[in-house]
Design a protein. Structure first.
Length: 71
């Protein structure tokens, strides 16, 4: 999906979902940043770039992280 192929309502919903999603593992996860971990929108660009090179997590979390990295 490209941003030119998404309508405004879908993009709005995507941004809302990104804003509510936290990283549950790793150095920005729940153990280091209780109670929910760091919001994926606040992850450092270098962290997201590492995942882009090595593979994002499977599932919706990985999809959202990839979108944040692209934005």
């Amino acid at each position: 999906m490209t941003f030119t192929d998404i309508d405004h309502e879908d993009f709005r919903n995507l941004l809302i979902e990104i804003g509510k999603t936290h990283i549950p593992f790793g150095k920005f996860g729940i153990k280091a940043y209780p109670p929910a971990g760091v919001p994926i929108i606040d992850l450092p660009a270098e962290y997201l770039s590492w995942f882009k090179e090595h593979g994002f997590p499977k599932g919706r979390l990985g999809e959202l992280m990839a979108q944040v990295e692209a934005i």
